[in-house]
Unconditional design. Structure first.
Length: 280
């Protein structure tokens, strides 16, 4: 299989994927319909991917590898397309964090204002992104898809451990509609049932906390330095500076000491959902 050209944009990579299918199909003297029959799809689908009118699916890439005995080449190209599409849908300053997030064994997240991105529903994410001045509907669609795709690290075969602390005000702040909030809090409850996800709530009565200055995420990566993502109003910042990381870890521990235990936090989430967001 030939290497992709230097242009690693999603469109060029999808075009390269289509060219590779056509090359292998022609070498095997197969029509699009014959290949489709062998793979259990339609000739129309094969043609659309060959012409780059549609992006390939992961299952399709794996089926191609199995049929042509290409030792995972199509699947690796599909992964390259996936990474390129992620880069195209996130701001440049967030690209570094995406890579760290995917390699992290443990993520510890504090959020005083919104539901963390890794736990957001599509509707909640859409409402958040739509509020950005000047953003187009198409860009919202792309960013929502990218945000939801990031969440796969929580349900992978070897999932990331996620420890989340949120302020109770986040549960009570209207984002989107009441239905959006009801569905979002239901999703939090469902996420808390995952063995690798722990959610804690800092109750409103706590008053001041060392986390009021802003959100952050601490990433622990096996065999590498811890990294921290610091959020602000315009763009985030990633640091591995040992003194900054240590300071943020201290802040996280202080906030966690003020948070309710996981079971009590779940009770608060359920109570707010029923009392404030459940439609009657």
């Amino acid at each position: 299989m030939a290497r992709p050209q230097r242009d690693l944009s999603p469109d060029s990579l999808i075009g390269h994927f289509g060219l590779e299918i056509r090359t292998f199909r022609n070498d095997a003297r197969l029509s699009q319909s014959q290949l489709a029959d062998a793979l259990g799809c339609t000739g129309q689908w094969v043609g659309a991917v060959e012409l780059a009118d549609k992006a390939p699916s992961e299952a399709f890439a794996q089926d191609l590898d199995s049929y042509f005995q290409t030792n995972g080449s199509f699947h690796r190209l599909w992964k390259t397309i996936k990474r390129a599409r992620q880069r195209a849908t996130v701001p440049p300053w967030f690209e570094q964090w995406i890579g760290i997030e995917q390699r992290a064994r443990v993520l510890r997240n504090w959020e005083p204002l919104v539901i963390p991105g890794l736990l957001q529903t599509p509707a909640y994410a859409r409402a958040m992104l739509t509020g950005k001045p000047g953003i187009s509907d198409a860009e919202v669609d792309r960013q929502v898809a990218a945000r939801i795709e990031r969440q796969q690290i929580l349900t992978a075969d070897n999932p990331t451990l996620l420890w989340v602390i949120i302020d109770e005000s986040v549960l009570r702040r209207l984002v989107g509609s009441s239905q959006t909030m009801q569905d979002q809090l239901t999703a939090l409850i469902d996420a808390s049932n995952l063995k690798n996800v722990t959610i804690q709530v800092v109750p409103l009565g706590t008053g001041e906390t060392s986390g009021l200055s802003g959100a952050f995420v601490i990433a622990k990566i096996d065999g590498d330095d811890d990294a921290v993502y610091l959020d602000d109003a315009t763009e985030g910042r990633v640091t591995t500076d040992s003194s900054e990381v240590a300071d943020v870890i201290d802040r996280y521990d202080a906030i966690r000491s003020q948070a309710l235990p996981a079971h009590a936090s779940l009770d608060v989430i359920s109570k707010v959902m029923k009392e404030q967001w459940t439609q009657t």
